[in-house]
Design a protein around this ligand. Structure first.
Ligand code: ANZ
Ligand code: ZN
Length: 858
């Protein structure tokens, strides 16, 4: 039979139109069915979707469509993470307005996403740069301010003197600004902070309950929060009247091995001493140049400056020199340490450099105290304490407790010498950015009244449109009128805060806004509580720390302010792998070629690539993350135009486990498309089949139920590639049965094929819809329930018995292996095919050959 090839260019837009017209994916907050909220991390509107988006959104869409079919009220929204630097960079480079640039990009990407056939509730769409959205965000800020969650403090920033802007630590490369190349300065600015550190313990404990999150993400968050149990210990100075020097240590068990003290260059005592010590002042200035970020500090060579001061050891009759050292951070612990070189690598490097003593105090179990020494490698493992007076022979843990008790009960200047203490690495979140394209911080500064919240009725503080990017710095700061306001308290001239919020703020609560996107308040608490937590969140692992931690913090802070009452925003988290692709180059990795410029010959190790223009051979390089610089990107638009969205969706779902990287290959995409065409040919064969014979009790029916059952489990478990493999198998089974030309099986074939279409529908929704119509149905498969799996057919204990009527095979029956002869006879007589043949009479003969066949003679 001649059939037209399936033409996605026609069918796909058609079905998208039908779905939209019937409003199939608009979600009603008042729908009484059980809710299911599936969300993919919303995109930054860069201008075009990339293949990574296709994979991310295809996965979310499978879940959404599947859950809908399973009878849930599904929320599956989409929006835009639309503030941020690239819009400003584009403005500076191409003289376009960040707003126009952003909204144009959104329009382009929206239509690309629509061409993918995603089952999204577009009614709920918003961009974080919409005034309506950031208006509510400003209210949240003011709520946080009232609750003491937002506050202002002076803090050090990396300042780029050329770009006139604050840089994130990642934007400082070898002490220079990433864009300008200028020497970065440290500046003190008064900035706004969120008190996330108040939630450290709660954010840490909450991780235990997130059992549908990847372990690695939970671990990354745990490390980021960084809980450390130890002590603060105070050391008295010798011969001076400075207050005792307080340090934080997690290894008080090594106190007898202490050989020096070290202060941060930013420690108040350092500053005090530097005021009349030129050498020290110069050393501090040098340290600052290299930056004081964790990365900068960890990679720099250990440097110190001897202050000449000494402190007394709390338990021994000796004193220790006090240094200022570049590896001690001011914003951790107390900004000062005692160094025990034998058991800490940094301390050892430092001690070796400045010729300080190295006394081991922990003896590894297999070592001999008489000849154990430390040269260039610190020992950080377990062992028994030695060289330590009353601690000798103890385990590290016992020694920690013993020291803690001793120092807590010893007095120094009327206070305990030491106290047990828990520290967290997590710092408060600085949200001020000296940028135009962000949410304005709703604050007014008055010389007399200080910083004041913008009165609620004056919100939103809107970004002005008339700005210029011709000079460096923040256009809001330079704007002639926008800044000028009157003080809401005293009425005198005052100025607006010109800093905007970190864009991570925007993405920390968008999932809550989707539950009531037009509410006059940040949320409708009832809607938020009924929809949240998001049941399944899907996105890239690059957001494993900051975005997810900030969102978890926001959920708590917003709950505290009455906007909802859930703490954990994402019940299930899935982090998908990347889409990677071969990269092609000139042999030196200097010139890179796009796949579209090349022609390929041969296969396997003989595969070669040639320039289409000129014919010159090029090198087939490594499989790498798609990047513009290596020109190995694939534009999803091209794939959709050539093969259709279903092919693209099928390919990204099929080729590897979703948490792993998937290698984009032309052959893979072509294979996916061949399958589309194959299903289309099958429907031509199945559609005309007359629906005779019961679909029940046929091997194909059993296979279909079994397949559907495991596809269900695979989709629930997000094992899309396995679901795909099951679909291939079921397709083979349908084809094989068709090839038998057995009319008695027509019902079973049709039934199995319909189940196949249901299984396909979440992944290739357009093709499934077109086939469904072709089978003569007038409803939409997208709005049909998932077929009910017959549990009885799943059992491994059932066998299929062929049934012969008057010597001809007419039907099949599936029965339990354990069924008695009589049970089988009864079941056979009840079958429609048998009853039809008997036409009311009793059979002349009914012979059951156990485990083999049933013969009926009428
Ligand atoms: C003495 C000691 C001996 C230490 C030893 C370690 C090993 P975590 O576990 O990450 O919390 N430290 C404390 N404050 C610091 C600061 N502001 N900058 C740099 N280092 C600092 O690390 C705690 C340990 O890091 C503390 O325990 C302290 O060194 C150091 F064999 O005290 B320890
Ligand atoms: Zn005032």
């Amino acid at each position: 039979m001649q059939t037209e090839r399936y033409n996605p260019q026609i069918t796909e837009p058609n079905w998208q139109k039908v779905w939209t017209e019937r409003d199939l994916f608009t979600t009603d907050n008042n729908d009484p069915r059980e809710k299911y909220y599936v969300l993919e991390m919303f995109p930054y509107p860069s201008g075009r979707i990339h293949v990574g988006h296709v994979r991310n959104y295809a996965m979310g869409d499978v879940v959404a469509r599947f859950k809908r079919a399973k009878g849930f009220n599904v929320l599956h929204p989409m929006g835009w993470d639309a503030f941020g630097m690239p819009a400003e960079n584009a403005a500076m480079k191409n003289k376009v307005h960040p707003k126009g640039w952003t909204y144009d990009n959104i329009a382009a990407m929206r239509s690309q996403l629509k061409s993918m056939g995603l089952s999204l509730d577009w009614q709920r769409e918003f961009a974080t740069c919409d005034v309506a959205y950031y208006h509510q965000q400003q209210k949240l800020f003011l709520d946080f301010l009232k609750e003491g969650i937002a506050y202002r403090k002076k803090s050090k920033v990396n300042w780029d003197p050329v770009d006139q802007t604050v840089l994130a630590n990642e934007q400082v490369i070898d002490g220079k600004g990433w864009r300008s190349g200028a020497d970065v300065e440290q500046r003190e600015l008064t900035q706004w902070f969120f008190k996330i550190s108040d939630y450290s313990d709660d954010l840490l404990n909450g991780l235990d309950g997130l059992d549908r999150w990847p372990d690695k993400v939970r671990l990354m968050q745990k490390n980021w929060i960084g809980k450390s149990e130890g002590m603060s210990v105070r050391f008295a100075f010798e011969d001076t009247d400075h207050d005792p020097l307080e340090v934080f240590t997690t290894r008080q068990d090594t106190l007898f091995g202490a050989s020096f003290m070290a202060l941060s260059p930013d420690h108040p005592l350092t500053q005090k001493l530097a005021a009349d010590n030129v050498g020290l002042a110069a050393f501090v200035a040098e340290c600052r140049k290299h930056g004081t970020s964790v990365v900068a500090v960890e990679t720099a060579e250990k440097q110190g400056f001897d202050t000449g001061l000494r402190v007394k050891h709390p338990l021994q009759d000796r004193t220790l020199p006090v240094y200022v050292a570049n590896f001690v951070l001011m914003d951790y612990g107390t900004g000062a340490i005692f160094g025990c070189p034998a058991h800490d690598q940094r301390d050892l490097d430092f001690a070796n450099k400045y010729e300080l003593s190295v006394t081991p105090v922990v003896l590894p179990t297999d070592a001999d105290a008489a000849d154990f020494s430390i040269a260039t490698e610190a020992y950080t493992g377990p062992g028994k304490i030695f060289n330590s007076d009353f601690l000798d022979g103890m385990t590290i843990e016992d020694a920690k407790q013993t020291i803690a008790e001793r120092l807590e009960t010893t007095q120094l200047d009327g206070a305990p010498q030491g106290m047990r203490q828990i520290n967290y690495r997590l710092r408060d979140w600085g949200i001020s950015r000296q940028r135009y394209w962000g949410c304005p911080i709703p604050i007014i500064h008055c010389d007399d009244c200080g910083p004041l919240p913008v009165p609620e009725e004056q919100l939103p503080v809107e970004l002005p449109d008339d700005i210029d990017f011709d000079t460096p710095g923040n256009p809001l700061d330079r704007h002639t009128t926008w800044k000028q306001v009157t003080c809401p308290n005293c009425g005198k001239a005052a100025t607006r805060e010109t800093d905007t919020m970190d864009t991570f703020v925007d993405s920390s609560w968008y999932f809550a806004r989707f539950t009531a996107p037009t509410s006059e308040n940040p949320t409708d608490p009832k809607a938020a509580d009924s929809w949240l937590p998001v049941n399944q969140y899907i996105g890239g692992v690059e957001h494993a720390i900051l975005h997810l931690l900030y969102s978890r913090f926001f959920a708590r802070a917003m709950s505290q302010c009455g906007h909802m009452s859930i703490d954990e925003p994402f019940e299930g988290l899935f982090t998908q792998g990347m889409v990677v692709h071969e990269a092609y180059h000139d042999g030196q990795e200097r010139i890179w070629y796009a796949p579209a410029e090349l022609r390929f010959e041969g296969e396997g190790t003989d595969r070669k690539a040639f320039l289409i223009e000129g014919g010159q051979e090029v090198t087939i390089g490594k499989i790498e993350k798609m990047s513009k610089s290596k020109r190995n990107t694939i534009d999803p638009d091209d794939i959709i135009k050539t093969y259709g969205a279903d092919t693209a969706r099928w390919f990204v779902l099929s080729d590897s486990p979703p948490e792993r990287d998937v290698i984009w290959t032309d052959a893979g995409v072509e294979g996916a498309h061949r399958f589309v065409q194959r299903v289309w040919r099958l429907v031509q064969e199945v559609a005309p089949l007359e629906d005779t014979g019961s679909p029940h009790d046929h091997a194909l029916t059993t296979a279909a139920h079994k397949a559907l059952h495991s596809i269900e489990a695979d989709i629930e478990g997000l094992r899309f590639n396995r679901a795909v493999a099951q679909i291939y198998e079921l397709t083979n089974a349908v084809s094989a049965q068709l090839a038998k030309n057995d009319n008695a099986a027509n019902g079973a074939v049709r039934n199995a094929f319909e189940m196949l279409l249901h299984a396909l529908a979440p992944m290739m929704p357009h093709l499934a819809e077109e086939c469904w119509m072709h089978l003569g149905h007038s409803d939409l498969i997208a709005s049909r329930p998932w077929p009910k799996v017959d549990e009885a057919l799943l059992s491994e204990d059932t066998i299929i018995l062929p049934i012969q009527i008057n010597g001809k095979r007419r039907a099949e029956i599936s029965v339990s292996k354990e069924a008695s002869k009589q049970e089988v006879e009864e079941a056979v007589l009840a079958m429609p095919a048998v009853q039809k043949a008997l036409d009311g009479a009793s059979p002349k003969k009914l012979i059951v050959v156990p485990g083999r066949i049933v013969n009926v003679v009428v």
